[in-house]
Design a protein around this ligand. Sequence first.
Ligand code: BG6
Length: 487
Amino acid sequence: MNSNFPKDFLWGGAVAAHQTEGAWNVDGKGISVADMLTSGSRKQPRKFTPEFDPTYQYPSHEAIDFYHRYEEDIALLGEMGFKVFRMSIGWTRIFPNGDESEPNQAGVEFYRKVFEALKRHNIEPLVTLSHYEMPLNLVKKYGGWANRKTVDFFLNYCKTVFTEYKGLVKYWLTFNEINILTTALGDLLAGGMISDKETPLMISFGNQASSQEAMQKRFQALHHQFIASAKAVQTAHEINPDYQVGAMIAGMVSYPYSPNPADVLKTQKNSQMGNYFCGDVMIRGEYPPFAERFFADNGIRLELAEDDLETLKNGTGDFLSFSYYATGCVTTDEELIKQSGNFLFGVPNPYLKASEWDWTIDPIGLRIFLNDVYDRYQVPVMIVENGLGAEDKVEEDGSIHDPYRIEYLRQHILAMNEAIKDGVNLIGYTTWGCIDIVSASTGEMEKRYGFIYVDKNNEGEGTLERRRKDSFYWYKKVIASNGEDLD
Ligand code: BG6
């Protein structure tokens, strides 16, 4: 292929702490909300249990034991030629309860060692500060992000890591997929996952409604995250002007199911609230004009502190990043909505195939979204999650053939190349779960995204041994040729 990727393009992969590290209660780490999520499956939703219940399996407790195996894992990423590795810091390793004033030194040292190992392999860390987890204590004691006090606790944590890792980290992201708080799934995240009953986690982005009360709380929590993010950007730049701090949203891309103008309008509205609401606040530094009507229509009244709007203006992100997996369709036809039941992305698109987990495969959608966000914001863009969750089979000789994964990634890289030709300033690409990790939505181990296989099954059994898949050698070539060699 004729590669248009810039010379210094950041090729790499991504993971999150609670899906990778394990060692959930080791070396002073506190309990995070993610530690209270049980395992699940495609059919059986995960549950959040407010207390540890030994009758359940909790995948984050061991995960893939990156905590003890990071040297070996980073060496494998280095062997693939990674330029960047997206990972998150577990807040509870640094502040076990979230409201302490002094950090837990063992946690601080752990990440220092990880960053130093990355440096030895010439891999730039890209660090998410909050990836779907927060100290459980902050939720129980203060009500999580719905309480403004959480902003200060978060900033104390940010200040600590920005100071400790000066010289080791350059790229940061504040909140993973912050725009999930605009959807019903965000009802759980707003209060930090806690609800008064055990909570099934699998909720459709597209079709679920929330009560007025839940929406009020969720948008107030989101406002607090915006303020926390804007202040984190400012703090980062004060501590080190070279820091690059990005915004991160889930690319929630959908098409009108039909040319019926009512479907087109609904699609536009979904995209405004789903993608641009957060993008506008975090990159343009202000709530978009359409927010006012949305708030009025839904009876939402935000409580703002006097200088909040100025804070948002002064804390815009240096770049925009997003995750991209699948697309869906939007319809106003109630019957169709009913038929699509649990489908995660609205209603299915008859033109697209889907993965074993029913996630549609749509490389062109990635090009469309790259063009859309770049047209709108004109700041550097990074794709920080993309990939195919699939079951893999280990052959008798130990090899793992995963042509389906290679094909998925190849098509998406081709679409990225076209988007660059379209004029998009795309600076990096980190595929999701570059080493097999726990699935966030189902808690399974066997929904695998990795170039590196990890010997562990859904029941939590296995040696945790790592193995290179065919895609490992393929991605190594892609990186070495800067996207030229995709065969
Ligand atoms: C993103 C999350 O929404 O999707 C990740 O940021 C998650 O944490 C990823 O793992 C893929 O989803 P899943 O459910 O296949 O793990």
